[in-house]
Design a protein around this ligand. Sequence first.
Ligand code: ADP
Ligand code: MG
Ligand code: ZN
Length: 506
Amino acid sequence: MTTAQTLAAGLMDYDEAIQTYDPVLGLEVHVELGTVTKMFCGCPTDFGAEPNTQICPICLALPGAMPAVNRTAVEYAIRIGLALNCEIASWCRFARKNYFYPDMPKNFQTSQYDEPIATNGYLDVKIDGQTVRVDIERAHMEEDTGKSTHVGGATGRIHGAEYSLLDYNRAGVPLVEIVTKPIVGTKALAPQVARAYVTALRDLLSSLGVSDVRMDQGSLRCDANVSLTPAGNPLFGTRTETKNVNSLRSVERAVRYEITRQAALLATGTRIVQETRHFDETTGTTSPGRSKETAEDYRYFPEPDLVPLAPEREWVEAIRASLPELPWIRRARMQADWGLTDLQMRDLLASDAVDLVAATVDAGASPAEATSWWSSYLGQQANVRGVALNELPITPAQLAAVIAKVVDGPLNTKIARQVVDGVLAGEGEPDEVIAARGLAVMSDDGALHAAVDEALAAQPAVADKIRSGKLQAVGAIVGAVMKATRGQADAAKVRQLVLSTLGVEG
Ligand code: ADP
Ligand code: MG
Ligand code: ZN
């Protein structure tokens, strides 16, 4: 199927496509594990280092270099398998997947093939109050490739590029690939199910502490397989595989686009070709990549340089016992503990604020205060800076310290915001900001008395009016005191002081 054919066929209206065809999905998610070192050598895995500074003879596959398996990576893979309700193999092996790619120095990828570490699990995904069980075929270990940058072309792809740059820092970073069984019966919900599955998986992996799950940095990547079959037909159609979709929203858009594209082709009698495709974030469309290899093309064979893995049962059971509370169960518990409505909880989730609120509550703040700060003032600050909430340079402990000062009196909300501004601006801990900026509500009665006396002396006519009972004149004095104290006094208290100073009943 050529691009010209796609253009000629156009796209079918989504609703019409769903009436005519049943979509079948298959999702392959690659997660980069957050281990300190690589899968088979001691090189660091930090993201964003100078190109080719985190490499050694093993991950460059120099002659004679011998790999050794990273135990933590195996432990993380088992954690993932257990959390996905998989069986953990008592014996499994690595395999060589042979293919040439310039960013893969070995000329093969060390992966797992017919003997993966985890098989036959499931993940329950909530969508519109309904639960869809996504069956997991397997989760297997492998290593990442390096990264190529194609320079000089219009698209950033190799075709049309003038030259390519290769960075092997990522080569050998541990990956786990999680592959679903075909997901059937989702009909019109297919794009949302795909997104909800990747979201749930991301949250699960994050709670397991095995990865930073940053889709924007490639720590979590999704390949979305989509095929259509005439409605009611149990036989699957030919699938396409849209590679490396790198945001949750894109997963949904890519699946939806493929449904409308394939439907239009099928309706005109065009066969779908099994191929990989690229998703273009800007246009929301997919375009052809390479026609898909079959497993035979890869000439898989057991990796001769690594011994098989046989995780002891006690170890697996110890890992199972250490699994954290599942994120959705934790969330339901928090919503109840914090007394939030579904809508409030959904807003917190949408802004990724749940963990921050939880940590702020753990640091001593009330759930109401913590929720309100993260969802309103700090939400605005994150927006203004174009960063995620958890990238704001303030910790839950710092926020809890500010909140405590509001509750105990020395700060009011307005001044507390200035303290937070100071922390965000890198001026130090809340106490340092308060001292340096001279903040804090003036609770020192002596200073406040002096300010009131000064304001009354400066406006004797107003003072007389108040003495004669014209209480509406008090506002002018209160205003003057607030101005003199740069808004740090408590206005109600000032009013009371003015009246008592003049011997007038409030
Ligand atoms: P590949 O090596 O091509 O990536 P995998 O087995 O790793 O193959 O992954 C294929 C994915 O596509 C799996 O999630 C599988 O369940 C799914 N799948 C298989 N056949 C179809 C189909 N006809 N339509 C949609 N998805 C499919
Ligand atoms: Mg695959
Ligand atoms: Zn190395």
